[in-house]
Design a protein around this ligand. Structure first.
Ligand code: UVW
Length: 320
């Protein structure tokens, strides 16, 4: 529903920078183009301790997965298991082995995932200027498949805003800006460098597993980055290829200044081509970084190659 006096995102982003055409008329991976061999080697150079972390949340948890309101948690269903054999209905094969199979129903944005660059838009155009009609029935342009084919490898830097504010988890609707990121980085003794994969911890997703779920979803307002022209310009100047957070939508749910919902999805993803990784589990990694003082690492990820997909699950790997 349109709220009164809330500008159209077109007006809000009227003078916002765009990278359309920067990597050619056929580009489908946007700012991932910043991740060249030099950035991969820079990431590899941070690996010194032989530690590894995975950033995906558990998928298909019977207690529920954290999802954007309106979506449903992934549901895994057994379609073959020992029960079939117990009642004489399991198929028999030469050699007499038995097996289990299952299927899953899920929203492609319903776990730790990459959004396709064509996932959101305004004014009839998605990333790189492709017509929004190309999304009908599946993304013919800028689908997640292109990100899966390319993969994402580079130097990751973790900024722990929750820890910086001495909180286990940020409050619903609590905001922060690029200046807060810089202050937190300074306190952590790390520098966010050009073309770093930017990973931000708020404690939000971790809190899902400790809270009553009805309370987690009540008056749903995630904490997160908040829109300003300066913040968007900072992402552009820093050539950030990928923003990863432990929230469901990577930004504060409603921009408290304009009243727009999720304007950074359009400013960063549609206009600049910054890929978004959402619902990451960052708590163990953050504890380790706080303990050893190493906040940079090799980040490697590739979403599933879902043809035409608006997004796809991913289990990013971090190596220190
Ligand atoms: C929405 O589509 C609302 O958000 P996300 O990018 O988190 O899937």
């Amino acid at each position: 529903m349109e709220a009164k006096n809330v500008p159209h995102v077109r007006e809000l982003l009227e003078n916002s920078p765009k990278n359309w055409g920067k990597w050619g008329p056929d580009d489908e991976v946007g700012s991932l183009n910043y991740l060249t061999s030099a950035e991969i080697l820079k990431g590899i150079a941070t690996v010194k301790q032989g530690k590894s972390f995975t950033l995906q949340v558990r998928m298909g948890d019977p207690d529920g997965d954290p999802v954007w309101p309106g979506r449903q948690s992934a549901k895994r269903m057994s379609v073959m298991d020992r029960g079939h054999y117990n009642c004489g209905k399991g198929p028999r094969f030469p050699g007499s082995y038995e097996y289990a199979d299952d299927v899953m129903f899920m929203y492609l944005q319903g776990s730790t995932q990459y959004d396709a660059l064509g996932h959101v838009w305004y004014d009839d155009q998605i990333w790189n200027g492709y017509d929004a009609d190309t999304t009908i029935g599946g993304l013919a342009k800028a689908s997640v498949c292109a990100i899966g084919e390319r993969g994402v490898v580079g130097r990751g830097v973790l900024i722990d805003i929750a820890r910086h504010r001495n909180k286990e988890v940020l409050e619903p609707g609590e905001t922060f800006t690029h200046l807060d990121l810089l202050a937190a980085a300074k306190a952590q003794g790390v520098t966010i460098e050009k073309r770093d994969i930017l990973i931000i911890r708020t404690g939000w997703i971790g809190s899902f597993y400790k809270r009553d779920h009805a309370e987690f979803y009540a008056n749903f307002k995630e904490p997160g980055l908040t829109y300003s022209p300066e913040l968007v310009q900072w992402f552009q100047d820093m050539e950030i290829p990928n923003l990863v957070t432990d929230t469901i939508a990577n930004e504060v749910t409603v921009d408290p200044v304009s009243g727009c919902e999720l304007p950074l999805h359009n400013a960063l993803m549609r206009n600049l081509g910054v890929t978004l990784t959402e619902i990451a589990q960052l708590d163990l990694l953050a504890d380790d970084c706080a303990a050893d003082g190493q906040w940079t690492f090799l980040y490697a990820a590739a979403p599933l190659k879902v043809v035409g997909g608006t997004g796809a699950p991913v289990n990013p790997i971090v190596l220190k």
